[in-house]
Design a protein around this ligand. Structure first.
Ligand code: IMP
Ligand code: MG
Length: 175
């Protein structure tokens, strides 16, 4: 059986779209009268960030950062590396970090202080998925589309060994 055949749907494309719509409305309400600077964490966050940005009605700018902590394995190394830094300064910006998934919390625990040093006006976190059972360090997440149990998921930006990011739904890897 191929890997593709062993992915079980957890959230369908329309369920994900509906939740992103909810979050977009909530974020638009919370930031009314202000401008929002989205920081998309590559690569996993890019599908979510694009869909979310389309549903936000306040003025939005987007920048990208690529961090790596996972070397094609399913567990966190605990070592976070900035592979590609932001293009724009953060000074006085209302920053919203857009992540694919918060697992151990190590990536954001490392990243938040790094970004705070750049003096944004505010900084919040928005994630497509959260696995609270796996948390090693606590991170203050403002917006979560789905809270899930401790299972390895792929699709909608999430990969296993760089594959399956393009699945339009979120599925569980079954081995
Ligand atoms: P953390 O630093 O442990 O919170 O891990 C965050 C990163 O781990 C995410 O941005 C993903 O790249 C990766 N990750 C964690 N859990 C999963 C999963 O279930 N599927 C795919 N990638 C995952
Ligand atoms: Mg990954």
């Amino acid at each position: 059986m191929s890997k593709e055949e062993s992915i079980k749907v957890m959230f369908t494309e329309s369920e994900v779209d509906a939740r992103i719509g909810d979050l977009g409305a909530q974020i638009s309400h919370d930031y009314e009268g202000r401008e929002l600077h989205l920081i998309c964490i590559l690569k996993g966050g890019v599908f979510f960030a694009c869909e979310l940005a389309k549903r936000i009605t306040v003025p939005v700018s987007i920048d990208f950062m690529c961090v790596s902590s996972y070397n094609n394995e399913k567990s966190s190394s605990g070592i976070v590396k900035i592979v590609k830094d932001l293009d724009e300064p953060l000074e006085d910006k209302e920053v919203l970090i857009v992540e694919d998934i918060i697992d151990s919390g190590r990536t954001l625990n490392y990243l938040i202080p790094v970004l705070e040093k750049r003096m944004p006006k505010s900084i919040e976190i928005c994630t497509l998925l959260s696995k609270p059972d796996r948390r090693v360090v606590e991170v203050p997440v403002k917006y979560t589309a789905f809270t899930i149990p401790d299972e390895f998921v792929v699709g909608y930006g999430l990969d296993y060994a760089q594959k399956y990011r393009n699945l339009p739904y979120i599925g569980v890897m079954e081995e």
